[in-house]
Ligand binder design. Structure first.
Ligand code: HEC
Ligand code: HEC
Length: 332
């Protein structure tokens, strides 16, 4: 670096340091590192693919005594609620888009807080943790380490920015009150169904394609895509993980891996979370892998997540996958 350039960098660094965090949005010294090749599957490049269509005509789901018209299904302001009798009455923000308001939570997190493939599950997360995360999405301290290609994270950021404080608190109280339920099936294998990225940047099966070697990665797709697309609240995801991943992950979680900080020391003895700390058991492996890398890379930053920096600092990509496979396989 030549001298004037060095001086300019120094002045810039000083200016950054002088910036009061109260006055400006926090500035990042450098962009977070994108995922390494071994984790690229968790951040598939979202192609300019068309949005999937609902099947034409009225729809029903097995075991649910209800027929939904195609107009109801396609109403962007009100995601269909198939089982209103099986959850508490949701606050408006969960199920209705007010004029000019954000997309309703249930569109992606369902009314029972189980994640659409690619989104996080919210049922039973601590309320304080949910409101804190909404604030982090708003503040810019929670982005994706592969920001340009993550339409789903961008959508969540847009939702958080569109919420009033009251709506955020109501949505958090609602989802925190719901019971956690299993929605992930973890399968150890060498070959998995072939998958590709879809419009939102998450994996979906390639119809009629032959199975592919997993090569140390993970394929995580909707267990039943047509039912997931209709937002059947009883559906979930299947994650194909490398052989041996669950046992290796269990050892890492127990010992705390290279940092020797057992995950349960903060996330609760059964990994089901506690005040301010989210549960890890039974969560989507693809989501967990993204979060562990986003935290490690600094894409998720701020005071609360700082506690995670030591536990993730020396984890290798393969260890991150093993940990996520084990956690996903636990009963939530
Ligand atoms: C358009 C889809 C969409 C909508 C609508 C949406 N979310 Fe999300 N949400 C996501 C996605 C995708 C993620 C995961 C982001 C990532 O992987 O980086 C997420 C993550 C979250 C998280 C983080 C969970 C964790 O464990 O840290 C919270 C909290 C959350 N959403 C709350 C809400 C609430 C409350 C609403 C309604 C006010 C809402 N979301 C509406 C897509 C959505
Ligand atoms: C010193 C306490 C501590 C330890 C040890 C710890 N965590 Fe965490 N972890 C936290 C806190 C606090 C958060 C919530 C951060 C926030 O509010 O943004 C968190 C968040 C996470 C998240 C994000 C979850 C979500 O809902 O998005 C994951 C994944 C995670 N931890 C995994 C682990 C794993 C795996 C280990 C063990 C290798 C571990 N943690 C060890 C304190 C800890």
């Amino acid at each position: 670096m030549n001298a004037p350039r060095r001086l300019a960098v120094l002045i810039f660094a000083l200016a950054l340091g002088a910036c009061s965090p109260q006055k400006a949005e926090p500035l990042k010294a450098k962009a977070p590192a994108g995922p390494p090749p071994a984790l690229a599957w968790a951040y598939p490049d979202a192609p300019e693919a068309p949005l999937p269509d609902y099947p034409p005509g009225p729809q029903h789901l097995p075991g649910i005594d209800r027929v939904v018209s195609s107009a109801e299904l396609n109403d962007p302001a009100h995601p269909v609620d198939w089982t209103p009798d099986r959850h508490p009455a949701p606050p408006a923000v969960v199920g209705h888009r007010r004029p000019g308001g954000p997309a309703p939570c249930a569109e992606c997190h369902f009314y029972n807080g189980v994640g659409f493939v690619g989104a996080a599950d919210l049922a039973g997360l601590p309320a304080g943790y949910i409101t804190q995360q909404l604030a982090e999405f708003r503040s810019g301290r929670r982005v994706s380490s592969q920001r340009a290609n993550r339409p789903d994270t961008e959508e969540m950021i847009a939702v958080a920015k569109g919420l009033t404080e009251a709506e955020a608190a109501q949505a958090a109280a609602y989802y925190a009150s719901l019971p956690r339920r299993p929605f992930v099936r973890v399968v150890e294998t060498d070959v998995a169904p072939a998958a590709r990225a879809n419009h939102w940047g998450w994996q979906e099966l390639i119809p009629d394609a032959p199975p592919q070697p997993l090569n140390g990665g993970v394929v995580e797709v909707a267990e039943d895509w047509p039912r997931m697309l209709l937002r059947d609240p009883r559906t979930g995801v299947v994650a194909y993980v490398p052989r041996g991943a669950i046992a290796r992950g269990e050892a890492l979680v127990r010992t705390g891996g290279p940092a020797a900080q057992p995950c349960a020391s903060c996330h609760g003895a059964d990994l089901k979370g506690r005040e301010g700390v989210p549960p890890l058991a039974g969560r989507s492996p693809a989501y967990l892998v993204r979060m562990l890398w986003d935290i490690k890379s600094g894409a998720r930053s701020g005071p609360a997540v700082a506690q995670m920096l030591v536990p993730v600092s020396d984890l290798t990509p393969a260890q991150i996958i093993d940990i996520a496979a084990y956690l996903g396989s636990r009963t939530p």
